[in-house]
Design a protein around this ligand. Sequence first.
Ligand SMILES: NC(=O)C1=CN([C@@H]2O[C@H](COP(=O)(O)OP(=O)(O)OC[C@H]3O[C@@H](n4cnc5c(N)ncnc54)[C@H](OP(=O)(O)O)[C@@H]3O)[C@@H](O)[C@H]2O)C=CC1
Ligand SMILES: O=C(O)[C@@H]1CCC=N1
Length: 269
Amino acid sequence: MNKIAFIGAGNMNRAIIAGLVNNDVEPSNITVSNPSAPKREALANEYGINQTSSNSQAAEHADIVVLGVKPHLITTVCQEIAEVIEIEHKCFISVAAGTTMTQIQAALGENKSVIRAMPNTPSQLGLGVTGAFASEQVTDEQRVAADRLMKATGIVKWLAQESDIDHIIAVSGSGPAYFFLFMEAMASEAERLGFTSAEARTLVQQTALGAAQMVVENDIAIGQLRENVTSKGGTTQAALNAFTEGGLPELVSGAMQAAIARAKEMAAK
Ligand SMILES: NC(=O)C1=CN([C@@H]2O[C@H](COP(=O)(O)OP(=O)(O)OC[C@H]3O[C@@H](n4cnc5c(N)ncnc54)[C@H](OP(=O)(O)O)[C@@H]3O)[C@@H](O)[C@H]2O)C=CC1
Ligand SMILES: O=C(O)[C@@H]1CCC=N1
Protein backbone atom coordinates (compact mmCIF):
# COMPACT_ATOMS: atom_id res chain seq x y z
CA MET A 1 0.00 0.00 0.00
CA ASN A 2 1.33 3.43 -0.92
CA LYS A 3 1.97 5.98 1.78
CA ILE A 4 0.50 9.35 0.91
CA ALA A 5 1.48 12.75 2.32
CA PHE A 6 -0.82 15.74 1.96
CA ILE A 7 0.90 19.10 2.21
CA GLY A 8 -1.72 21.59 3.37
CA ALA A 9 -4.89 20.90 5.36
CA GLY A 10 -7.18 23.17 3.35
CA ASN A 11 -10.38 22.66 1.40
CA MET A 12 -9.04 20.67 -1.53
CA ASN A 13 -6.79 18.29 0.39
CA ARG A 14 -9.59 17.78 2.91
CA ALA A 15 -11.95 16.81 0.07
CA ILE A 16 -9.45 14.30 -1.36
CA ILE A 17 -8.66 12.82 2.07
CA ALA A 18 -12.39 12.45 2.79
CA GLY A 19 -12.85 10.71 -0.57
CA LEU A 20 -9.96 8.32 0.11
CA VAL A 21 -10.94 7.38 3.66
CA ASN A 22 -14.59 6.96 2.69
CA ASN A 23 -13.37 4.68 -0.09
CA ASP A 24 -11.56 2.42 2.39
CA VAL A 25 -8.02 3.75 2.04
CA GLU A 26 -6.35 2.92 5.36
CA PRO A 27 -6.04 6.20 7.34
CA SER A 28 -2.71 5.13 8.85
CA ASN A 29 -1.20 5.36 5.34
CA ILE A 30 -2.11 9.05 5.12
CA THR A 31 -0.25 11.96 6.74
CA VAL A 32 -1.22 15.61 6.55
CA SER A 33 1.10 18.53 7.25
CA ASN A 34 0.21 22.16 7.86
CA PRO A 35 2.32 24.56 9.91
CA SER A 36 -0.67 25.93 11.81
CA ALA A 37 -2.63 23.51 13.96
CA PRO A 38 -6.42 24.11 13.79
CA LYS A 39 -7.33 22.74 10.33
CA ARG A 40 -4.63 20.07 10.51
CA GLU A 41 -5.83 18.76 13.88
CA ALA A 42 -9.47 18.86 12.84
CA LEU A 43 -8.67 16.83 9.73
CA ALA A 44 -6.53 14.30 11.61
CA ASN A 45 -9.18 13.85 14.31
CA GLU A 46 -12.03 13.52 11.83
CA TYR A 47 -10.41 10.93 9.58
CA GLY A 48 -7.91 9.23 11.91
CA ILE A 49 -4.92 10.14 9.72
CA ASN A 50 -1.41 11.09 10.89
CA GLN A 51 -0.45 14.73 11.23
CA THR A 52 2.63 16.90 11.57
CA SER A 53 3.51 20.57 11.37
CA SER A 54 6.55 19.71 9.24
CA ASN A 55 6.09 19.30 5.48
CA SER A 56 9.35 17.42 5.05
CA GLN A 57 8.50 15.05 7.91
CA ALA A 58 5.16 14.28 6.26
CA ALA A 59 6.83 13.68 2.90
CA GLU A 60 9.75 11.67 4.26
CA HIS A 61 8.11 8.25 4.31
CA ALA A 62 5.56 8.90 1.56
CA ASP A 63 5.57 7.40 -1.94
CA ILE A 64 3.13 10.04 -3.14
CA VAL A 65 3.21 13.67 -1.97
CA VAL A 66 0.09 15.72 -2.74
CA LEU A 67 0.88 19.44 -2.83
CA GLY A 68 -2.32 21.19 -1.77
CA VAL A 69 -1.22 24.69 -0.79
CA LYS A 70 -2.13 27.92 -2.56
CA PRO A 71 -0.42 28.31 -5.94
CA HIS A 72 1.99 31.03 -4.79
CA LEU A 73 3.34 28.70 -2.06
CA ILE A 74 3.87 25.58 -4.19
CA THR A 75 7.47 26.26 -5.22
CA THR A 76 8.49 27.38 -1.70
CA VAL A 77 7.07 24.18 -0.24
CA CYS A 78 8.80 22.06 -2.93
CA GLN A 79 12.17 23.71 -2.23
CA GLU A 80 11.69 23.25 1.50
CA ILE A 81 10.99 19.52 1.10
CA ALA A 82 13.75 18.92 -1.47
CA GLU A 83 16.35 20.60 0.75
CA VAL A 84 15.63 18.40 3.75
CA ILE A 85 14.81 14.89 2.51
CA GLU A 86 15.66 12.47 -0.29
CA ILE A 87 12.93 12.74 -2.93
CA GLU A 88 14.42 10.73 -5.79
CA HIS A 89 11.75 7.99 -5.85
CA LYS A 90 8.73 9.98 -4.78
CA CYS A 91 5.89 11.09 -7.00
CA PHE A 92 4.63 14.63 -6.41
CA ILE A 93 1.05 15.51 -7.31
CA SER A 94 0.39 19.25 -7.43
CA VAL A 95 -3.27 20.24 -7.39
CA ALA A 96 -2.45 23.94 -7.78
CA ALA A 97 -3.99 26.03 -10.51
CA GLY A 98 -1.57 28.30 -12.34
CA THR A 99 1.72 26.73 -11.21
CA THR A 100 3.42 25.03 -14.13
CA MET A 101 5.24 21.74 -14.41
CA THR A 102 8.43 23.67 -15.23
CA GLN A 103 8.10 25.80 -12.09
CA ILE A 104 7.42 22.76 -9.89
CA GLN A 105 10.26 20.69 -11.35
CA ALA A 106 12.68 23.61 -11.05
CA ALA A 107 11.77 23.90 -7.36
CA LEU A 108 12.15 20.15 -6.70
CA GLY A 109 15.36 19.73 -8.66
CA GLU A 110 15.85 18.17 -12.06
CA ASN A 111 14.12 15.06 -13.35
CA LYS A 112 11.65 14.55 -10.55
CA SER A 113 8.35 12.74 -11.05
CA VAL A 114 5.54 15.27 -11.01
CA ILE A 115 1.86 15.03 -11.86
CA ARG A 116 -0.21 18.16 -12.24
CA ALA A 117 -3.73 17.26 -11.18
CA MET A 118 -6.87 19.35 -11.18
CA PRO A 119 -9.47 17.82 -8.86
CA ASN A 120 -12.66 19.38 -7.55
CA THR A 121 -14.34 19.44 -4.15
CA PRO A 122 -17.05 16.81 -4.91
CA SER A 123 -14.07 14.44 -4.50
CA GLN A 124 -15.13 14.31 -0.85
CA LEU A 125 -18.23 12.32 -1.92
CA GLY A 126 -16.43 10.14 -4.45
CA LEU A 127 -18.12 12.26 -7.14
CA GLY A 128 -15.04 14.25 -8.14
CA VAL A 129 -13.49 14.90 -11.51
CA THR A 130 -9.71 15.01 -11.73
CA GLY A 131 -7.73 16.01 -14.80
CA ALA A 132 -4.11 14.84 -14.70
CA PHE A 133 -0.96 15.47 -16.69
CA ALA A 134 2.23 13.54 -15.92
CA SER A 135 5.84 14.59 -16.49
CA GLU A 136 7.88 12.15 -18.56
CA GLN A 137 9.77 11.08 -15.42
CA VAL A 138 6.64 9.53 -13.89
CA THR A 139 7.09 5.75 -14.02
CA ASP A 140 4.32 3.35 -15.03
CA GLU A 141 4.14 2.17 -11.43
CA GLN A 142 3.77 5.76 -10.13
CA ARG A 143 1.13 6.51 -12.73
CA VAL A 144 -0.88 3.44 -11.74
CA ALA A 145 -0.61 4.39 -8.04
CA ALA A 146 -1.64 8.01 -8.73
CA ASP A 147 -4.50 6.84 -10.92
CA ARG A 148 -5.73 4.54 -8.14
CA LEU A 149 -5.51 7.38 -5.61
CA MET A 150 -7.41 9.84 -7.80
CA LYS A 151 -10.03 7.25 -8.85
CA ALA A 152 -10.89 6.75 -5.17
CA THR A 153 -12.36 10.26 -5.32
CA GLY A 154 -14.25 10.04 -8.63
CA ILE A 155 -13.42 9.95 -12.32
CA VAL A 156 -9.97 10.67 -13.77
CA LYS A 157 -9.14 12.16 -17.14
CA TRP A 158 -5.47 11.85 -18.14
CA LEU A 159 -4.40 14.73 -20.36
CA ALA A 160 -1.98 14.59 -23.27
CA GLN A 161 -0.77 18.16 -22.82
CA GLU A 162 -0.28 20.41 -19.83
CA SER A 163 -2.27 23.30 -21.32
CA ASP A 164 -5.40 21.13 -21.00
CA ILE A 165 -5.13 21.51 -17.21
CA ASP A 166 -6.34 25.11 -17.63
CA HIS A 167 -9.30 23.84 -19.63
CA ILE A 168 -10.16 21.28 -16.94
CA ILE A 169 -9.98 24.09 -14.37
CA ALA A 170 -12.58 26.06 -16.34
CA VAL A 171 -14.90 23.07 -16.67
CA SER A 172 -14.70 20.92 -13.56
CA GLY A 173 -12.11 22.47 -11.20
CA SER A 174 -13.99 25.73 -10.74
CA GLY A 175 -17.24 24.25 -12.05
CA PRO A 176 -18.88 23.31 -8.73
CA ALA A 177 -18.83 27.02 -7.79
CA TYR A 178 -20.81 27.90 -10.94
CA PHE A 179 -23.57 25.53 -9.92
CA PHE A 180 -23.45 26.79 -6.32
CA LEU A 181 -23.83 30.37 -7.57
CA PHE A 182 -26.83 29.37 -9.67
CA MET A 183 -28.35 27.50 -6.75
CA GLU A 184 -27.74 30.46 -4.43
CA ALA A 185 -29.52 32.77 -6.87
CA MET A 186 -32.47 30.38 -7.16
CA ALA A 187 -32.69 29.92 -3.39
CA SER A 188 -32.62 33.71 -2.84
CA GLU A 189 -35.49 34.18 -5.23
CA ALA A 190 -37.41 31.30 -3.63
CA GLU A 191 -37.02 33.09 -0.28
CA ARG A 192 -38.30 36.33 -1.82
CA LEU A 193 -41.30 34.32 -2.97
CA GLY A 194 -42.04 33.45 0.66
CA PHE A 195 -40.35 30.10 1.30
CA THR A 196 -38.24 29.82 4.43
CA SER A 197 -34.50 29.56 3.97
CA ALA A 198 -34.61 25.84 4.78
CA GLU A 199 -37.50 25.23 2.38
CA ALA A 200 -35.76 27.18 -0.38
CA ARG A 201 -32.59 25.14 0.08
CA THR A 202 -34.47 21.85 0.01
CA LEU A 203 -36.40 22.80 -3.13
CA VAL A 204 -33.27 23.95 -4.95
CA GLN A 205 -30.95 21.13 -3.88
CA GLN A 206 -33.47 18.44 -4.78
CA THR A 207 -34.10 20.08 -8.16
CA ALA A 208 -30.36 20.28 -8.90
CA LEU A 209 -29.78 16.72 -7.73
CA GLY A 210 -32.71 15.42 -9.78
CA ALA A 211 -31.60 17.28 -12.89
CA ALA A 212 -27.98 16.05 -12.57
CA GLN A 213 -29.15 12.48 -11.95
CA MET A 214 -31.39 12.65 -15.04
CA VAL A 215 -28.37 13.66 -17.12
CA VAL A 216 -26.42 10.74 -15.63
CA GLU A 217 -29.14 8.15 -16.17
CA ASN A 218 -30.54 9.16 -19.56
CA ASP A 219 -28.34 8.60 -22.56
CA ILE A 220 -29.89 11.48 -24.47
CA ALA A 221 -28.72 15.02 -25.21
CA ILE A 222 -28.94 17.46 -22.29
CA GLY A 223 -30.77 19.82 -24.65
CA GLN A 224 -33.44 17.15 -25.14
CA LEU A 225 -33.92 16.86 -21.38
CA ARG A 226 -34.33 20.64 -21.29
CA GLU A 227 -36.89 20.52 -24.11
CA ASN A 228 -38.83 17.80 -22.26
CA VAL A 229 -39.48 20.32 -19.47
CA THR A 230 -40.37 23.12 -21.84
CA SER A 231 -44.02 23.19 -22.92
CA LYS A 232 -44.55 25.37 -25.95
CA GLY A 233 -45.66 28.83 -24.83
CA GLY A 234 -45.48 27.72 -21.18
CA THR A 235 -43.73 28.85 -18.02
CA THR A 236 -40.35 27.22 -18.64
CA GLN A 237 -40.23 28.78 -22.10
CA ALA A 238 -40.77 32.18 -20.49
CA ALA A 239 -37.96 31.60 -18.00
CA LEU A 240 -35.54 30.23 -20.61
CA ASN A 241 -36.26 33.16 -22.91
CA ALA A 242 -35.30 35.50 -20.08
CA PHE A 243 -32.00 33.58 -19.63
CA THR A 244 -31.23 33.72 -23.36
CA GLU A 245 -32.13 37.40 -23.68
CA GLY A 246 -29.89 38.05 -20.66
CA GLY A 247 -27.02 36.40 -22.56
CA LEU A 248 -26.58 33.35 -20.33
CA PRO A 249 -24.79 31.11 -22.89
CA GLU A 250 -22.31 33.88 -23.77
CA LEU A 251 -21.91 34.69 -20.09
CA VAL A 252 -21.02 31.06 -19.29
CA SER A 253 -18.54 30.96 -22.14
CA GLY A 254 -16.99 34.27 -21.04
CA ALA A 255 -16.77 33.09 -17.43
CA MET A 256 -14.96 29.89 -18.41
CA GLN A 257 -12.55 31.85 -20.61
CA ALA A 258 -11.91 34.18 -17.66
CA ALA A 259 -10.93 31.17 -15.52
CA ILE A 260 -8.49 30.03 -18.23
CA ALA A 261 -7.04 33.53 -18.60
CA ARG A 262 -6.57 33.79 -14.83
CA ALA A 263 -4.76 30.42 -14.71
CA LYS A 264 -2.36 31.62 -17.41
CA GLU A 265 -1.87 34.94 -15.62
CA MET A 266 -1.05 33.13 -12.36
CA ALA A 267 1.47 30.92 -14.17
CA ALA A 268 3.19 33.96 -15.67
CA LYS A 269 3.94 35.48 -12.25
N1 LIG B 1 -10.70 24.59 -3.55
C1 LIG B 1 -10.89 23.99 -4.72
O1 LIG B 1 -12.05 23.73 -5.16
C2 LIG B 1 -9.73 23.59 -5.56
C3 LIG B 1 -8.44 23.97 -5.23
N2 LIG B 1 -7.38 23.59 -6.01
C4 LIG B 1 -6.02 23.97 -5.65
O2 LIG B 1 -5.78 23.45 -4.34
C5 LIG B 1 -4.81 24.27 -3.69
C6 LIG B 1 -5.31 24.60 -2.31
O3 LIG B 1 -6.53 25.30 -2.41
P1 LIG B 1 -7.58 25.29 -1.23
O4 LIG B 1 -7.58 23.97 -0.56
O5 LIG B 1 -8.83 25.84 -1.77
O6 LIG B 1 -6.89 26.38 -0.25
P2 LIG B 1 -6.95 26.49 1.33
O7 LIG B 1 -6.53 27.87 1.68
O8 LIG B 1 -8.25 25.97 1.83
O9 LIG B 1 -5.81 25.47 1.80
C7 LIG B 1 -4.45 25.73 1.78
C8 LIG B 1 -3.86 25.14 3.03
O10 LIG B 1 -2.45 25.27 2.97
C9 LIG B 1 -2.00 25.60 4.28
N3 LIG B 1 -0.66 26.16 4.22
C10 LIG B 1 -0.28 27.48 4.15
N4 LIG B 1 1.06 27.56 4.12
C11 LIG B 1 1.53 26.28 4.15
C12 LIG B 1 2.83 25.73 4.14
N5 LIG B 1 3.93 26.49 4.06
N6 LIG B 1 2.95 24.38 4.21
C13 LIG B 1 1.87 23.57 4.30
N7 LIG B 1 0.61 24.06 4.31
C14 LIG B 1 0.45 25.38 4.24
C15 LIG B 1 -3.05 26.55 4.79
O11 LIG B 1 -2.97 26.65 6.19
P3 LIG B 1 -3.45 27.98 6.95
O12 LIG B 1 -4.86 28.27 6.48
O13 LIG B 1 -3.36 27.60 8.35
O14 LIG B 1 -2.50 29.05 6.51
C16 LIG B 1 -4.31 25.84 4.31
O15 LIG B 1 -4.73 24.88 5.25
C17 LIG B 1 -4.62 25.53 -4.56
O16 LIG B 1 -3.37 25.46 -5.16
C18 LIG B 1 -5.77 25.46 -5.57
O17 LIG B 1 -5.38 25.97 -6.81
C19 LIG B 1 -7.55 22.78 -7.11
C20 LIG B 1 -8.80 22.37 -7.47
C21 LIG B 1 -9.99 22.77 -6.77
O1 LIG C 1 -10.25 29.00 -7.58
C1 LIG C 1 -9.17 28.44 -7.77
O2 LIG C 1 -8.19 29.06 -8.20
C2 LIG C 1 -9.08 26.96 -7.48
C3 LIG C 1 -8.72 26.17 -8.71
C4 LIG C 1 -9.98 25.51 -9.14
C5 LIG C 1 -10.89 25.70 -8.02
N1 LIG C 1 -10.37 26.43 -7.09
